[in-house]
Design a protein around this ligand. Structure first.
Ligand code: DAH
Length: 339
């Protein structure tokens, strides 16, 4: 009897199953009324009286062991079953790769961050605009060539519905709706009817800056732009301002930075001048202030506008502007480390 109990114990310890039917078969084999353990209990009455205590204990241990083992198998099987249900076999085997930020967004964000540090907040306006916000309020005379069909996309028969050609239109919106002091940065997309080539596209991006307060001077403008140039292109960067013309600023200037490729020595990129142009700027024309309901005898201000593509080209030497809108992964993935 003791031998049989030992043998059964060893058998039970070694049990293994591969499906739930097998577990049930084992339960019947060992624990049912006619199972092996029950049979042993039946035979118990033939055990000699002096051995009954010891054998009885062994038998009970065997029964418990068998019960435990079968429960254990059941549990393990249910767990693995659970996992199988949660397994999504349609998932791609590789981890899903994160995309990269677009180079124009990287640069725009950097411009916004730099000006945010000196108090500029973001202002936005619509891309579909009217003549007043894009041209008239900004002092463009009626016959100005920028209003021409050649440059501007008019999108209905109504000549007062057009795609903005510059983000300067947001200046008018802000000045009309807010009281000075005003210190805003207006990033956005603009549209011009240009033949698409490596150096021109029918849409591109600008960031406009506007600061209106009492006693704002050209010196303030110059200092803010010098700070920007150094933050964007490095501490050693120099700037120069050349007189220029924009209808909405007086005086107006264009700003160059010392060529960030050759450090100002002269190279093919800067056409051996040592300088590259990066933005237009000036003191807001008093007419523009008055058009927007701001008293030009009390307030003055400066404005500037830059092309995000232009700054991006300077930072990353992208030779062909069309690459920004072709969505070629081989191009876009090169900017993974840039932010
Ligand atoms: N709006 C001009 C353009 O599209 C850029 C510009 C020049 C904006 C001078 C300004 C400015 O605010 O002061 O070419």
């Amino acid at each position: 009897m003791k031998e049989r109990i030992k043998q059964l114990l060893a058998d039970i310890n070694a049990l293994n199953v591969s499906n739930s039917e097998e577990i049930e078969a084992l339960r019947i084999k060992y624990l049912s009324k006619k199972g092996e353990v029950s049979n042993l209990f039946n035979d118990f009455r033939n055990v000699a009286a002096e051995e009954k205590k010891e054998v009885g204990k062994l038998l009970n241990e065997l029964k418990n062991k068998a019960q435990d083992k079968i429960n254990q198998l059941k549990e393990a099987f249910e767990k693995s079953n659970d996992r199988a249900e949660k397994l999504d076999l349609t998932r791609t085997p590789d981890p899903v790769e994160l995309g990269t930020r677009h180079p124009l967004s990287i640069v725009k964000n950097e411009i916004v961050d730099i000006f945010a540090r000196i108090g500029f907040v973001i202002a936005e306006g619509p891309e579909i605009e009217d003549d007043w916000h894009v041209f008239s309020s900004l002092n463009f005379p009626p016959e100005h060539p920028a209003r021409d069909m050649q440059d501007t996309f008019f999108i209905t028969k109504d000549p007062d519905v057009l795609l903005r050609t510059h983000t300067s239109s947001v200046q008018t919106r802000v000045m009309t709706n807010q009281k000075p002091p005003i210190r805003v940065l207006c990033p956005g997309r603009v549209y011009r009817n240009e033949a698409i080539s490596y150096r021109a596209h029918c849409f591109f991006h600008q960031v406009e800056g506007l600061y209106i307060d009492k006693n704002v001077s050209f010196a303030d403008l110059k200092q803010a732009l010098l700070y920007f140039a150094k933050e964007m292109f490095g501490e050693e960067t120099q700037i120069r301002l050349r007189p220029s013309f924009f209808p909405f600023t007086e005086p107006s200037a264009e700003m160059d930075i010392s060529c960030n490729l050759c450090g100002g020595k002269g190279c093919p990129f800067c056409k051996n001048t040592g300088w590259v142009e990066i933005l237009g700027c000036g003191m807001v024309d008093p007419n523009v202030l008055e058009n927007c309901g701001i008293d030009s005898s009390v307030y003055s201000g400066y404005a500037f506008g830059m092309g995000v593509e232009r700054i991006t080209n300077l930072k990353f030497q992208v030779k062909d502007l069309r690459m920004f809108s072709e969505n070629d992964m081989r191009f876009l993935e090169q900017f993974r480390a840039a932010y």
